[in-house]
Design a protein around this ligand. Structure first.
Ligand code: URP
Ligand code: ZN
Ligand code: ZN
Length: 526
């Protein structure tokens, strides 16, 4: 039996190295290290400053069997407990990334990071849960779901699913019910761009919004006017602009602002909450601010690339350097990022994602003669926690508690998995990072854990470092070394009717009363 198990593990080891190439897994070559004391199921984190979204205090954190058992000063433990000292450091909930695309088939290819390499990268950067977008197969939600169950077999951290809606009929409508009621999906994304592939019409969006509302699911939109983008792309090609800069020029901020405004108005018309993914421009952000001021439940999600980069890279004379920055909506001219940071600090924008959707140089080169063929997407899963800290906390724009809120807690609340996730408190999952604000990080494709050969943050350094990541109660990142177990990640079911739905029924009732209709008219014969 033991021999058989060993051969099984060896076989797994070989397949993993073939499958995942340079991803760093355990030194044993297996990513299977349960003899290692670091994988102890009992951990005491001593003397750190424990930070939640609403409070921080110096306390110990005791973890057993994947769950936080106790958070208080001076916890005493017996033998068999791994003690990790965190004096002078922050102990925070692991990051939750609301927006990733692992193993996504898109623009004629598939993202280079699958559920193993993408998650390994995430853990090395302090993110312990992510929510990935299931893409339907030929419009079928159930086929898409099955495909993603297969893709996510070797996960090494917890994850959940959103689902994209790409066509509309009675079957899709019924399948949305199944996804929510049986499969643990509580959010659906509608693409207002990518004409000819993922893009949907306003008519479909309205049907989708109504259905989301009836299910208590959160409607999400990629807000760009796809018809106008198509027109802009033709214009650039006619002008002879075929390089990556044509990508940004063909889909300016006004098209993002227009679609954001339209989606907000349609969601308001249906009276259902709306989540705008990857807010990249002042134009979109201002629409969200206006909607919130008028009382609408609209959530804006900036992504790290939009917060910290500007569009100058797209004008780089080297094609590969420029193409790696191609994503949609595009990374904007300087000024937009700063405004998005300010909106994050004042609460107009609520949480930070990555839209991690990586393609390597060979894949980006598909568009060497035509920017329309460059697969859209950038990295960020490994970098998000560091870049948000450096950009937002080190600059004094947000507090440490706000940092926890925008990188973890708000996401857990919006997708209804709080306080299981997004908190350091008794009963929560033991997804924890130890963060040293006096250390530094450095980003380069030479040492990152993504399988991509490029990194849009290449050469960046900054203050703060995730020194230890604990996921599901196991230390998976320590001393710059990853120890991950393929297959150890769990699918996290997300129930419908998050806090955004509180009061919607009352507002509906008020609306009906306000109509003062139908008017009861006495039919008189003339
Ligand atoms: O460029 C991007 N954003 N690629 C991923 C697909 C999407 O629109 O989120
Ligand atoms: Zn999108
Ligand atoms: Zn995306």
């Amino acid at each position: 039996m033991v021999v058989n198990l060993r051969s099984l593990i060896l076989l797994l080891s070989i397949s993993l190295s073939l499958l995942f190439g340079r991803s760093q897994i355990c030194e044993s070559g297996l990513g299977y290290c349960d003899s290692d004391s670091r994988l102890s199921s009992k951990i005491l984190i001593k003397g750190g400053t424990v930070v939640n979204a609403d409070h921080q205090e110096v306390a110990d954190v005791y973890v057993e069997d994947g769950v936080i058992v106790s958070v208080r000063p001076n916890i005493k433990v017996g033998d068999g407990v791994r003690v990790v000292y965190a004096i002078g450091k922050f102990v925070m909930p692991g990051g939750i990334d609301p927006h990733t695309h692992l193993a996504m088939e898109f623009m004629g290819t598939e993202t280079i990071d699958n559920f193993f390499s993408g998650q390994a990268a995430a853990l090395a950067g302090g993110t312990t849960t992510h929510i990935d977008f299931v893409i339907p197969v030929d419009g079928s939600l159930s086929k898409g779901y099955e495909a993603y169950v297969e893709k996510s077999k070797l996960t090494c951290m917890d994850y959940g699913f959103h689902m994209a809606i790409t066509k509309w009929d009675d079957i899709v409508s019924k399948e949305m019910e199944i996804m929510v009621e049986e499969k643990g999906i509580n959010s659906f994304k509608f693409f207002m761009a990518y004409k000819g592939s993922l893009m949907i019409s306003d008519e479909l969006l309205l049907e989708g919004l109504k259905k989301c509302k009836s299910l208590g699911a959160l409607a999400m939109v990629h807000a760009e006017n796809g018809d106008a983008v198509f027109e802009g792309q033709k214009r650039m090609i006619e002008l002879g602009i075929t390089g990556p800069e044509g990508h940004a020029l063909s889909r300016p901020p006004v098209l993002e602002g227009e679609a954001t405004a339209r989606a907000i108005r349609l969601a308001a018309f249906v009276n259902t909450p709306l989540y705008i993914v990857h807010v990249m421009s002042i134009d979109a952000m201002e629409e969200i601010a206006r909607a919130q001021k008028s009382g609408l439940k609209v959530i804006g999600e900036p992504v790290v690339s939009g917060l910290v980069l500007d569009d100058s890279g797209l004008w780089d004379p080297d094609f590969i350097t420029a193409a790696k920055f191609v994503m949609s909506p595009p990374i904007r001219a300087s000024g937009h990022g700063k405004a998005l940071q300010a909106a994050l600090s004042t609460g107009i924008l609520k949480l930070v994602g990555t839209d991690h959707c990586t393609f390597n140089s060979t894949q980006k080169s598909f568009g060497i003669d035509d920017f329309r063929k460059i697969p859209n997407g950038v990295n960020g899963l490994e970098e998000r926690m560091h870049l948000v800290w450096d950009t937002m906390v080190e600059s004094g724009q947000i507090s440490v508690t706000d940092y926890v809120r925008v990188t973890s807690t708000e996401c857990a609340k919006l997708f209804n998995i709080y306080p299981r996730k997004g908190a350091i408190r008794a009963g929560s999952d033991a997804d924890i990072i130890i963060f040293n604000q006096n250390s530094t990080f450095h980003i380069t494709a030479n040492s990152h854990h993504s399988r991509s050969d490029t990194n849009v943050y290449e050469g960046r350094s900054g203050k703060g470092k995730v020194e230890v990541t604990i996921a599901g109660g196991k230390i998976v990142w320590e001393n710059e070394e990853l120890k991950v177990v393929p297959g150890s990640g769990r699918y996290i079911s997300m129930p419908p009717f998050s806090y955004l739905y509180h009061g919607i029924d009352k507002a509906d009732k008020n609306y009906l009363t306000s109509l003062k209709a139908p008017v009861n008219r006495i039919k008189q014969s003339r």
